[in-house]
Design a binder for this molecule. Structure first.
Ligand SMILES: [Zn+2]
Ligand SMILES: [Zn+2]
Length: 294
């Protein structure tokens, strides 16, 4: 379930009240109460012993895509460990169960949230952290990695499909794969029938190329998708690559001069035995039975 958070100003108005009260120990329970009223069941809070131990606040974040869960391609669980000295000490931020995010992206999110926490030191910052996390996901709602069928990454505005097993493919690639596999399954079935073999196990359809879970798909919808735009960039070595190439060439020549390079073509001919040569030395009939070295 996705619940749109209330606009930020509402919370902002309450901040000075908590702080002016000067009761740091009470700031967190009030803040958490507000968060619970916003995020409802999405928010899990484990309250540390009174306020003497850290409180752990846990929420799984998705990109803001209204109610459309099918177009959410990335997510993570934000865990905020709030120390007893909060808000005069920053909460510890961890990211758990990330989906569709690269290691660099996860590190960047962690960094950004750390900055938000640092900038908000001394104030109620939990709401801001949660919303910032959502905002980053909304901006990065493209699955990281490659389509394992064509081995190209996903570009913006490209049609791709998220499977039930949370794997991503270009819709076009998946259509081609599914169609090919359907044909393959059909051929196998026919072969089985010809050989009077027992039919395949029931319910084995086209499987995910990554995890082999049976795929549920609409082939005609997938086939309607445009093919992905693969960047056609011929390889051009940069200055560094050219320099490395020159250095390696010098090493190669030095090794060649010292006899350290094996020429596979020359090696092959070195012990090459022709039938004529054998016939000439050993006579007919036993040609090739005993190797003759030059
Ligand atoms: Zn692809
Ligand atoms: Zn899969």
């Amino acid at each position: 379930m996705i619940i749109r958070a209330s606009p930020r100003p509402e919370l902002r108005i309450q901040e000075p009240t908590w702080l002016s009260s000067g009761l740091t120990a009470q700031a967190l329970p009030s803040e958490v109460e507000v968060l619970e009223s916003i995020y409802l069941d999405e928010l899990q809070v484990s309250r540390g012993n009174g306020r003497s131990a850290p409180w752990e606040i846990c929420i799984t974040l998705h990109p803001a895509t209204a109610e459309d869960q099918d177009s959410q391609y990335v997510c993570f669980t934000l865990v905020l460990s709030v120390p007893p000295q909060y808000p005069n000490e920053v909460p510890k931020i961890s990211i758990r169960n990330p989906r569709g995010l690269s290691d660099e992206q996860i590190q960047k999110i962690s960094q950004t949230l750390g900055q938000v926490a640092g900038a908000g030191l001394g104030t109620a910052v939990l709401y801001e952290l949660i919303e910032k996390g959502k905002e980053i996901l909304t901006d990065n709602n493209i699955p990281h990695g490659q389509c394992v069928i064509c081995l190209y990454g996903f570009q913006e505005r490209e049609a791709f499909t998220k499977t039930q097993c949370y794997h991503y493919f270009h819709s076009h690639c998946l259509a081609r794969y599914a169609q090919h596999m359907e044909e393959e399954i059909h051929v196998q079935q026919e072969e089985r029938e010809q050989h009077l073999a027992p039919p395949a196990k029931q319910g084995v359809g086209v499987q995910c190329p990554v995890c082999r879970e049976t795929l549920i798909y609409d082939l005609s919808a997938l086939r309607a998708a445009p093919p992905p735009q693969h960047p056609v960039e011929p390889y051009r070595p940069d200055a560094k690559a050219l320099q490395t190439r020159e250095e390696l060439q010098i090493i190669y020549q030095r090794q060649q001069q010292k006899g350290g390079i094996i020429d596979p073509e020359a090696e092959r001919n070195r012990y090459f035995i022709t039938l004529q040569a054998v016939r000439g030395s050993s006579g007919p009939g036993i040609a090739g039975s005993s190797p003759v070295l030059p």
